[in-house]
Design a binder for this molecule. Sequence first.
Ligand code: B12
Ligand code: SF4
Length: 482
Amino acid sequence: MKKEDKFNILFVSTTNIQPSLSFGYLISYFKKYSELRDDFCFEIFECERLLDIIITSPNEIVRKAKKFDVVCFSTITEDYNFILKTSKEIHDAASCKIFFGGHHISALPEKLPSYVDVGLIGEAEETFKELLELLARGEFKTKNLKNIDGIVYHNARKTIITKKRKMIWPLDNIPPPAREYFSRHHRGKKYWYSMDELAGKRVGVLSASRGCPFSCIFCDASLFWNNSIRWFSEERIVDEIKELIEKYEVDLIKFNDNLGIYNKEKLRKVIELLRKQGLLNRFKVIKYQLRVDLIDDELIELLKVFGVREIALGIETQNKTLLKELKGGKVTPNMNKKVILKLLKNGFFVWPEIIVGIPGEDEHSLRETLKITNIKGVLDYHISLLIPYPGTPIWSYAKEKGLVSDNMDWEELRLELNEKTININVFLSTMDKQKFKDIIKPYLSKNKRVLTVSNVKSRFVNGLKLLVTNPRTFYKVMKEIL
Ligand code: B12
Ligand code: SF4
């Protein structure tokens, strides 16, 4: 809640699908380590979305921003147009400072807009704390910003990028995210995107690690997290699970990590601690992200004991050469298929994650890849176009080809593949586009989430609200549907 005698910090999340752990960590770290903790108040505002379109108007955020000292945006590429428009309007109408953080600005810091005060590059807890402390001491001046590592800002003449910020170690130094700041909606959010046995249960979100040791060419993880993975301790992971179960009464846990706990020794210790504390079997794990080459019989047995029900499996493509180009390593199409079958046989719900539109993909390999969706027992899957996000090797490739640029329309990089985005998105494939569309079309209608009564109801209510408050966006959403 905003307070008159304090510094008020607003975080704007462009999604309301799940709470933003990032903001939770920034708050908890500041509250743990800053002596000025009592001088600050924080609030997280979540934009409403309908069918992947942000329906909150920039105006609403501008009105809110006027009451705050700092407004913070996490720069997701596909929402970047909205973030730029909103922050420009905030700059013109309010006197607050504007901070950008997260993946897009970390990949393209030199593009920090003139109306944004600071961009925080990479892991940002310590950077954020130092910036807020400057603010509270009345020292937020460009001459002082140069001493803060891991930021980009403007001085009178140019854009300055400071020294790279060291990553935090050990990771347990970062306290658990300040979940009390997440909306009530999220604390008791019901899961609807799943098998019947899990529908309607409460979900909590958790991170067990930061980073990823792999370097798939479509993913910015290696650049962003320095090609490494850091884990929270087993004790810390179990403490957070306990908090989710006992304080927030969740039945399901979703790990936000790039990859779920795949280190068998670590998972075994976590299970042991859970067992000792009577927490094992009190939750199920959903959407556990794994790579095919990490899965063996021993891990499968541990995953079962841990309570994992759903596994989101990076399949990408069923063309051997393209698979190697995309993710390197020893994954093969044959392994992809074998692992899916094995997981299904062991009773897991498997979500293959598929990438199409890869340069070099031909009609045959596209059809082979899509066959994965027909494996008996695969009830749902996710197909996306190969999207060149800034900071990835595939971005550099697309830039060389003149298909993307630092000043492009970021709407062209929407990950969700549907009848609209297929026409608008940057298309890296070397296949004839019409041929590609003809093959992919039958799969698009299935590339969607299961609708439940409560979900349809909330979409209907949001739709009506939108028609009254923002007819132009309502029209945009209708165009998306029809
Ligand atoms: C969980 C997750 C989701 C969840 C929750 C998202 C959320 N807002 O929390 C869901 C499923 C909703 C989701 C959706 C999408 N996601 Co996602 N997601 C992730 C994932 C796996 C983890 C996020 C997380 O919790 N990280 C842990 C925290 C600690 O790290 P962090 O988010 O980077 O935050 C740190 C810093 O970046 C910084 N920071 C971040 N923002 C800000 C803002 C300010 C002001 C400051 C000061 C600091 C700061 O501080 C944090 C602490 O150090 C990341 C990959 C990853 N590992 O980060 C992808 C990732 C963020 N997602 C990605 C994408 C593409 C999407 C979608 C567009 C996909 C889609 N269309 O369905 C949507 C966009 C939704 C949205 N508007 O946020 C990309 C973003 C790439 C890009 N350039 O934009 C990522 C990086 C995956 C990837 N490697 O490609 N996602
Ligand atoms: S796609 Fe997954 S495995 Fe590959 S680099 Fe990104 S996070 Fe790591």
